[in-house]
Design a protein around this ligand. Structure first.
Ligand code: FAD
Ligand code: MLT
Ligand code: ZN
Length: 469
């Protein structure tokens, strides 16, 4: 093992091979669901250095856990407890490599923090639309590794839809230079799409070419009080009809999820929380003018109030008010973490079936587990709910996880399957859902996934234990 450490030090510099001290920022996941132990944390600064690290590990038979901001939700970016895995942290690779204004693309290092990419795009007069509450610390490599979704998917798609090309170091330590800015390229299998969403199990993403969009002339945010999930679905239909491609955000939040924000972040003002079963946050982006956006938005909300799918609504008057509304939505995961350990479900269901799914599954869980608390919120515009579960008030969350997690997951995922949904809409599988995947994915699909893994990583050194278990 000493030989490997010596080689790693030669590859990236001794100060970038961490083996001692408090490494918990790299070894424990964001949700504090697992504490691992790394052989070393290695911090390369270039694609060449990543390749040298992978070659050294491959020759020593030591596995690699690629890591970006370590904000993932499914224990995918931290090592196991063996002390025999190398964490490959990409955060020193943080260069914006260039913007091609004519091609509407930006090329970046994989360790770039998402917010820095958004800001670089904006400084050049463009929008990079990927947006999520972890954007101040998550990285493009992690976004691509998980095919992250976020709050703008209803208009711009998920990370896969925003990526045109990749640079990857494969499991043999070779560099695949696939940084194409092409929007059309049918020269065989799409390797880019294979690496996106592979959660570090096929290779290390070191760079990406991403799509840019024109900055909208105006962006407006509204909050509607909504009496039921049926009403939220009706409001979504209205929003599509009234705003067309201008609809850039449609987030639903259950009353209990919002009550956790009220409890743990009393400085945030939550509209209509006490009187409404659900809140919906809507965003419109307009290429004409603020006046045009406001007119369209106000008409939509008028119709929604007339039809009864909203019982009250407020449109932000300025950017500060809009930010305050988004802050409430984005603080739900943080409020839930403050409330204690929890069971997360990142599910997708055909949008039309969400009300029936929630009605049945809410009742099922209440029946099976007395006092269980449902923290339901998410990206309703994409059919993606964070249908999360918290122990009964005052309950011991650790004991709840130990005794009930498996049962709760089975109840929820069986329902998801019945409704034709997916057990992971945007967070991925990691280790937390690896055991469940074989129950809910077709055996033929799993066989093909295993064949791909074997072909690209025959030594099984890329993030073993994640996704395929
Ligand atoms: P990490 O957590 O470091 O890694 C995630 C996975 O990607 C791991 O499997 C890792 O091995 C792999 N990986 C990382 N870098 C690379 C690389 N360079 N090459 C290959 N594989 C790599 N997710 C959403 O989809 N939508 C949301 O709205 C959303 N909101 C969030 C809000 C909060 C408050 C938090 C904490 C997380 C949220 N997430 C959300 C989850 C998370 O998936 C995203 O934050 C992000 O995509 C992870 O990026 P990261 O750099 O932190 O990746
Ligand atoms: C979100 O949409 O806020 C995230 O995906 C995080 C979560 O599920 O808690
Ligand atoms: Zn989400």
């Amino acid at each position: 093992m000493n030989d490997l450490i010596t080689r790693l030090r030669a590859a990236v510099g001794a100060s970038n091979v961490l083996t001692e001290g408090d490494l918990s920022a790299y070894e424990m996941d964001w949700r504090k669901r697992a504490q691992g132990k790394a052989l070393a944390v290695v911090r390369p600064a270039s694609t060449g250095e990543v390749a040298a690290v992978v070659r050294a590990c491959a020759e020593a038979g030591i596995s690699i856990v690629p890591q970006g901001g370590n904000t993932g939700m499914v224990v995918g970016s931290t090592p196991d407890a063996s002390g025999r895995q190398v964490v490959l942290s990409l955060t020193r690779m943080n260069r914006i490599r260039g913007i091609d204004a004519g091609n509407l693309t930006v090329t970046v290092d994989a360790g770039c923090v998402l917010q820095n990419v958004q800001e670089a795009a904006e400084a050049a007069g463009f929008l990079f639309p990927l947006s999520l509450a972890a954007e101040g610390s998550c990285t493009i490599g992690g976004n691509l590794g998980t095919n992250a979704g976020g709050t703008q998917v209803v208009r711009y798609g998920n990370t896969r839809d925003l990526c045109l090309g990749l640079e990857v170091v494969n499991a043999q330590g070779e560099v695949w230079e696939g940084l194409s800015g092409l929007r059309k390229d049918n020269t065989g299998y799409d390797l880019r799409d294979l690496f996106i969403g592979s959660e570090g199990t096929l290779g290390v993403i070191t760079g990406a070419t991403l799509k840019l969009y024109p900055l909208p002339k105006a962006t407006l945010t509204a909050w509607a009080a909504v009496p039921s999930m049926d009403a939220a679905l009706q409001l979504l239909g209205l929003a599509h009809r009234h705003l067309g491609a201008g609809l850039t955000g449609f987030e639903v939040m259950g009353q209990f999820a919002l009550s956790l924000v009220v409890r743990h972040m009393p400085q945030l003002r939550v509209p209509f929380q006490a009187e409404s079963p659900y809140g919906v946050l809507l965003e419109t982006s307009d290429q004409e003018s603020e006046e045009h956006a406001r007119g369209q938005f106000e008409r939509l909300l008028e119709v929604a109030l007339e039809e009864g799918c909203a019982t009250d609504a407020v449109v932000a008057e300025n950017i500060a008010q809009a930010r305050a509304l988004w802050n409430v939505r984005e603080h739900i995961p943080l409020a839930q973490a403050e409330e204690g350990l929890n069971i997360k479900h990142d599910i997708s269901i055909p949008v039309s079936k969400i009300p029936a799914f929630c009605a049945e599954t809410d009742a099922l869980l209440q029946r099976e587990i007395a006092g269980v608390r449902l923290v339901n919120f998410g990206h309703m515009g994409d059919g993606n709910l964070h249908y999360n579960v918290q122990a009964p008030e005052g309950g011991d969350m650790q004991a709840f996880l130990r005794d009930q997690e498996e049962r709760v997951n089975t109840l929820v995922y069986d329902q998801v399957q019945r409704f034709g949904g997916s057990i992971s809409a945007e967070h991925g599988i990691g280790t937390l859902k690896a055991e469940k995947l074989p129950h809910y994915k077709s055996p033929v699909a799993l066989q093909m996934m295993q064949a791909v893994k074997k072909a690209l990583d025959p030594q099984n050194i890329m993030n073993p234990g994640k996704v395929l278990g």
